[in-house]
Design a protein around this ligand. Structure first.
Ligand SMILES: Cc1cc2nc3c(=O)[nH]c(=O)nc-3n(C[C@H](O)[C@H](O)[C@H](O)COP(=O)(O)OP(=O)(O)OC[C@H]3O[C@@H](n4cnc5c(N)ncnc54)[C@H](O)[C@@H]3O)c2cc1C
Length: 378
């Protein structure tokens, strides 16, 4: 149980602002943070996180619960190849610099002081200078733009109910075809096991998070492959029957939408989501009813398998996803499941009336309509 302190007085570094929080906590884990938040919710208290306390305003002040992040200051992972580092939010940049230095790495830009925390500089939009450099938050490790620039066919997969993401780069190559043998998948053992486990999880939904995490590790033992034909790279043998939704959202909304979906799953542990959430990117175009009409887009595909043909309840997950997609200006894939009608499409597509006029001229008697298209056009 996390211990809280009464009577602590907080002052910012410049001593220009201060406060007396009712309770002051220094959690050491995410679990302990959850405990504080649960208590705050129960007692109807406000919560404020504080990092290095260097903000020259009262932004970190509260008379409710204060969470000081100083004990969550570890470097969790360093990937020198990708130049990516995972840290806890309470780490002081002053402590991070020497850790990066050990691996020949450094922050590409930072503010004028280092007695500030990773969480603080990201949360407050800290910046320095250089027209090619964004604010510090743009260095955050899952920086989408740099991935998109790095690989011609970049995509990533998120494994719901976990923190696991698989990043997939695919590029043209002159190298001869090669592949990595992976007995687990090549002899279909993985598929049989997965289908069986998914079926079991229809009785024990709590297993799904565990399955997603396990299969993240099993799937990504496969590292590098090259091929001289595109269909061998882009297609795969899809052995499972499944329900899917796949909406195109403005590319810049990717992170917001994914984080909201993740937060919703965390807030509703009974809502089950099979892996993966596949995130792909496409260039904008000028095709009147293209989901990518006039904007670069991110397609966020969600999936629910049907192990041995059995439907797994998905309504809550489906509605949650659709609500988020609509909120960020999404447009559903025409071929995949959605509940949208003409009213929705009129809002989504600026050229919808133009398309309808063309359609009505070319098919005045509605000969080419079916039930699906009636929902779209009437
Ligand atoms: C001498 C000095 C020089 C500075 N130079 C620059 C500069 O060059 N460029 C610039 O842009 N700014 C500069 N700043 C401002 C400073 O970078 C920001 O105030 C920064 O937020 C301080 O980080 P901190 O860890 O002290 O955050 P705090 O002041 O403790 O908190 C700032 C905000 O971040 C939130 N926060 C902190 N940690 C977390 C977390 N883990 N999770 C969620 N939210 C969190 C807090 O709730 C608060 O809203 C300077 C400040 C000083 C005192």
């Amino acid at each position: 149980m996390v211990h809280g302190y009464k009577g602590v007085k907080f002052q910012n570094w410049a001593r220009t602002y201060g406060c007396c929080p009712e309770m002051y906590y220094q959690p050491t884990s995410v679990e302990e943070i959850r405990e504080v938040l649960a208590l705050a919710r129960q007692q109807n208290k406000r919560v404020k996180v504080v990092g290095g306390g260097h903000s020259p305003s009262d932004i970190a002040c509260t008379d409710g619960f204060m969470i000081h992040m100083g004990k969550m200051n570890r470097v969790l992972q360093v990937d020198t190849e990708k130049k990516q580092v995972t840290v806890e939010a309470g780490i002081l940049l002053a402590d991070l610099h020497p850790e990066l230095g050990k691996h020949g790495l450094a922050l590409s830009n930072l503010g004028a002081v280092s007695d500030v925390t990773a969480g603080g500089v990201i949360g407050s939009g800290t910046h320095n200078t250089g027209i090619k450099h964004g604010i510090l938050a743009t260095q955050v490790l899952n920086n989408l733009d740099s991935h998109l620039k790095k690989s011609e066919y970049f995509r990533f997969l998120w494994f719901p109910h976990s923190e696991n993401v698989s990043v997939i780069y695919q590029d043209h190559t002159n190298k001869p075809p090669s592949s990595c043998a992976n007995w687990f998948w090549d002899y279909a053992i993985g598929f049989y096991l997965l289908e069986f486990l998914l079926w079991v999880s229809t009785f024990l939904p709590g297993l799904v998070g565990w399955i997603n995490r396990c299969f993240f590790w099993l799937l990504f033992t496969r590292k590098k492959e090259s091929s001289n034909v595109s269909h061998k790279i882009f297609t795969y043998e899809c052995r499972f029957k499944q329900h899917v939704q796949d909406w195109a959202i403005p590319r810049e909304k990717t992170k917001e939408a994914l984080l909201e979906l993740k937060a919703m799953l965390e807030a509703h542990p009974k809502m089950v989501a099979h892996y993966p959430v596949e995130v792909r990117f496409t260039r904008g175009d000028d095709i009147l009813l293209s989901p990518c009409f006039q904007r670069d887009s991110c397609y966020m595909n969600i999936i629910m398998y049907r192990p041995y043909g059995k439907d797994v309840p998905r309504l809550d997950y489906w509605l949650t996803y659709e609500t988020i997609m609509k909120k960020v200006g999404g447009r559903p894939h025409w071929a995949k499941a959605h509940n949208c009608t003409r009213k929705d499409f009129e809002k989504m597509y600026p050229a919808f009336p133009k398309f309808c006029a063309i359609r009505e001229k070319l098919d005045p008697t509605g000969m080419f309509l079916n039930a699906y298209l009636e929902k779209v056009f009437y």
